[in-house]
Design a binder for this molecule. Sequence first.
Ligand SMILES: [Zn+2]
Length: 259
Amino acid sequence: MLIDTHAHLDEQAFENDLEEVLLRAAQQGIEAILSIGVTEASSRAALALAKAVPQVHAVVGIQPNYVSQAGSDDFEMIAAYAGDPHVVGIGETGLDRYWDYAPIDLQRDYFRRHIELSRHVDKPFIVHCREAEADVVALLRELAPGGPLRGVMHSFAGDLQTAQACLDLGLHISFAGMVTFKSNAALREVVREIPLNRLLVETDAPYLAPVPMRGKRNEPAYIVHTARCLADVKGIEFAELAEITTNNARSLFGLPIPD
Ligand SMILES: [Zn+2]
């Protein structure tokens, strides 16, 4: 059993063979996949897919690189989707100083709105953070007094200090394929320090496939490689890592236990 807590199944990369992709995931024992929205349109697509496919659940939001192009009603639409029972989380949201596609203040404004929405509908939020670790932690600290922060630092690539700050704020830490790259020993050192009850695993498919699939289109079935890497770093059996991270994802996102 495994749960892919972050994939973009509505992307063009999957338009010709999504059924086979889902079948391969099921064959690897992946009981659930969270399909993450990055715009109003992709959030709507994620929700439609979640309604059609029992193993897929939707997360809706506007990713920081897209907030400049968002229409004036887009966030209201996201808020409307957020109440649907097929939607299990809000995002992805956060801050991105790498691409710099949107002014940082506008990114902050949307980040705050996503967290407020997450509290309003009582569903966790998913944070995208790229070269903006200090800003993300500062904003989370600013909002922390308003109530518990229930969320995930997705595809975590920051340092231990950032991870610790996010853990202290109550967040989960999710690792994607980058943790398997040979050059990323520092990130595996961070994994070592993450308590097992806050650890999640994801693919971020179709991007950044784990070793030994690096360079290929990523897909949820490949999550086994990342999970194996995490188990090795933690010094536990693959099955135990799979069970722990699956239980973490189930309880954080309120996912059903398949029969
Ligand atoms: Zn993503």
